[in-house]
Design a protein around this ligand. Structure first.
Ligand code: KG4
Ligand code: ZN
Length: 381
């Protein structure tokens, strides 16, 4: 294992990713084939379609990643692949391919938790500056999870101290955008539209979790239950509140008109969407985003204080949000807490983050056998 060059493969949801990363930090290539066009007509990810698209893309994407890195199948030191959480059928495409490569090339195979990948995406940019313990908020289309992370002799451990009770934050962005016929995926569109509206125009409230969640929780969380330290999120209520606002304000006709106008454009740009948004819609979107961002920041900063962490990292697709980055930076500065985000490209799903998370495992010889399989609900510990 001369310099720890890892080929990472990511197929947990709707992006087929392959990347070559050296020593957990130097990205030699990072190729992502997006399936947005395939899922767009349905306004969300269709699992069967995702598996089919991964099957189509996996070979060319891996070949491209190796070519761009100037590497070959023979020259990499290990193969890393996302084991879960994610869509079972989608995960299996990456896992089967990674297993075949590992077997044929006689290279070690490393299984990576997708959420650990999101956390390690931050380290690709900022490894030296980080003090532990770290509080990591993973905020994406499938997760809104808080972890306290520690590392000892390349062994990373994670304690889950909060999670969403219902919808993930990215899911709320996507559902609100769908409801308002703004397009898919909703997060990046709302991000671009929100600065055009008044964030104080509509008052939304987010449910505050008063009682610990005892469902599906491991030992660490049971401790939290006993000590009462829980920082859970809930975002299905705000989605319903947006729906109620749309109904009481009679916005349906204008939403239908927007849907029809955008349906006639093959790949609508943000300017196309802006043209068919009235002030009320822009105000609604801005108010929704402000409420989401403030809630994420308030709960995360409260958790950071409670657990007395040294560093905050925020990752996952929603971490690409501009207002979120500004708010977290401002609030963390107030309590002298260093905060790090991955670059925008590394915030959303990609394989460089999988290869980065695999590096400490390579150093520890933490390899998996050929009989390992996908785990759609894999927890991070
Ligand atoms: O991490 P990711 O690529 O996939 C999952 O693991 O889920 O996150 C995708 C989610 C989607 O819900 C998408 O709408 C949201 O991240 N997202 C954003 C932004 N970019 C992506 N949400 C808010 N603002 C953004 N700029
Ligand atoms: Zn993700």
């Amino acid at each position: 294992m001369p310099d720890g060059t890892i080929l990472g493969i990511e197929t947990s949801c709707d992006e087929t990713g392959a990347a070559v990363v050296r020593a957990g930090r130097d990205i030699l290539s990072n190729v992502v084939a997006s399936q947005i066009a395939a899922h767009q007509p349905f306004g969300g990810v269709v699992p069967e379609l995702a598996s089919r698209e991964h099957l189509r893309a996996i070979v060319p994407v891996v070949r491209q990643a190796l070519a761009e890195a100037g590497e070959s199948y023979a020259s990499v030191d290990a193969i890393a692949v996302t084991q879960g959480p994610g869509l079972a059928g989608a995960l299996l495409v990456g896992i089967s391919f990674a297993k075949a490569l590992s077997f044929a090339l006689d290279k070690p195979l490393i299984a990576v938790n997708h959420l650990e990948g999101h956390i390690h995406a931050v380290l690709l940019d900022h490894r030296q500056e980080m003090n532990f313990p770290v509080l990591a908020l993973v905020v994406s289309g499938g997760h809104t999870h808080l972890y306290v992370a520690e590392v000892d002799a390349n062994l990373w451990s994670y304690r889950n101290i909060g999670h969403t009770r219902d919808d993930a934050a990215g899911e709320a962005f996507d559902k609100v955008a769908k409801l308002l016929a703004l397009g898919y995926p909703g997060g990046p569109i709302i991000d671009r539209l929100a600065p055009q509206g008044d964030p104080l125009a509509v008052k939304f409230q987010i449910s505050q979790m008063k009682h610990p969640d005892r469902r599906n929780f491991g030992k660490a969380a049971e401790q939290n239950v006993q000590t009462g330290l829980h920082f859970d999120f809930s975002y299905s209520g705000i989605k319903t509140a947006v729906l109620r606002y749309v109904e009481t304000q009679n916005m349906k006709a204008s939403i239908d008109a927007r849907r029809a106008a955008l349906a006639g454009i093959a790949e609508p740009t943000i300017e196309d969407v802006l043209k068919v948004c009235d002030r009320q819609t822009l105000d609604l979107v801005a108010s929704f985003q402000r409420t989401m961002v403030n809630d994420l920041a308030a709960k995360t900063l409260a958790a950071a204080q409670e657990y007395d962490v040294q560093t905050l990292i925020v990752s996952g697709g929603v971490a690409a949000n501009q207002e979120l980055r500004l708010t977290f930076t401002r609030e963390a500065n107030k309590c002298d807490l260093p905060v790090f985000f991955p670059s925008s490209m590394l915030s959303t799903d990609n394989a460089a983050m999988i290869a980065a998370a695999a590096y400490p495992k390579l150093l520890r010889h933490d390899f998996v056998a050929m009989n390992f399989s996908a785990e759609a609900g894999l927890a991070l510990r």
